[in-house]
Design a protein around this ligand. Structure first.
Ligand code: HEC
Length: 257
């Protein structure tokens, strides 16, 4: 029986519900603050200026610890960059390639066909640099966490003074919205952490909004196409319904009532 209970607890933890440590702790995580996104709703799209600022935050801040192995630099053309701009963005990153003719791996500047690289040599190095925690890949992060973009935004802004009895290990920080509250990612979005090219004020709220929108685009690069297709299908169904109705009227017109 105890075995089964343990298994169920593990399954819940694996589902990312964060309930494994008991209902008391889970209950302490407050509801996520409501937030309005341009990409919400049937007509919602990714605001280009927002996601481009989000990329700037990702490049300047997040990429020092996180990678996005499913997002290729050339995908950035979808959010409004030209081929040359994509090449320039890629070239800011270094990737490992090889082996060369001598059988050795070597480093080179990234190209548009490369993905956003994981910045550490391997998982052990990542753990070693981050208090034993591995910074997860952010390619599909807004889909991979309950609460989606609301959670990611709240997490980035959720750093607070730890309660007295928190027992934080060195390298751990208190975050209101992280399921166990103790997170090994420091607060990154402090006032002016990036210098926005478009002159927007880089407040923590602004950066959290922008980078989350960018990560949501990364997780759902085909969202706009999907919505457009959905609308077309609905329009088609409306026209079809009208046609069928007209045909039905015509067919039955001569039948005596
Ligand atoms: C100094 C390294 C570092 C930087 C910079 C950093 N992170 Fe992290 N991040 C981490 C680590 C380490 C973890 C894993 C935390 C843990 O397991 O306790 C993490 C975890 C996360 C998670 C997953 C949280 C969860 O629910 O599991 C998200 C989302 C995230 N980071 C987003 C970001 C974003 C967005 C940025 C840029 C604004 C960023 N990180 C910058 C180190 C970093």
């Amino acid at each position: 029986m105890a075995e089964i209970r343990k298994l169920i607890a593990a399954a819940i933890a694996a589902a990312g519900l964060g309930l494994a440590s008991g209902p008391a702790e889970a209950a302490e995580t407050p509801a996520l603050p409501e937030h309005t996104w341009q990409f919400e709703g049937v007509f919602g799209t990714f605001d280009r200026a927002t996601v481009q600022r989000g990329l700037q935050v990702y490049n300047a801040v997040c990429s020092t610890c996180h990678g996005m192995k499913y997002v290729h630099f050339r995908n950035l053309e979808d959010i409004g960059y030209s081929e040359d701009e994509v090449e320039a963005i890629a070239a800011q990153y270094t990737v490992e390639d090889g082996p060369n003719d001598q059988g050795e791996m070597y480093e080179r500047p990234a190209e548009p066909t490369d993905a956003f690289p994981f910045p550490y040599d391997n998982k052990q190095a990542a753990k070693n640099a981050n208090n034993g925690a591995i910074p997860p890949d952010l390619s599909v992060i807004t889909n991979a966490r309950p609460g989606g973009p609301e959670y990611i935004r709240a997490l980035l802004l959720g750093y607070e003074e730890a309660p007295q009895d928190a027992n934080l290990q060195p390298g751990q920080y208190w975050n209101t919205y992280y399921p166990s509250h103790k997170i090994s990612m420091p607060q990154m979005l402090v006032q002016g952490a990036v210098d926005y090219q478009d002159g927007t004020q880089a407040t923590p709220e602004q950066m959290a909004h922008d980078v989350t929108a960018f990560l949501h685009w990364a997780s759902n690069p085909h969202m706009e196409e999907r919505k457009r297709l959905g609308l077309k299908v609905i329009l088609f169904l409306i026209v079809l319904t009208a046609l069928l109705y007209a045909v039905q009227r015509k067919i039955w017109a001569d039948v005596e009532k």
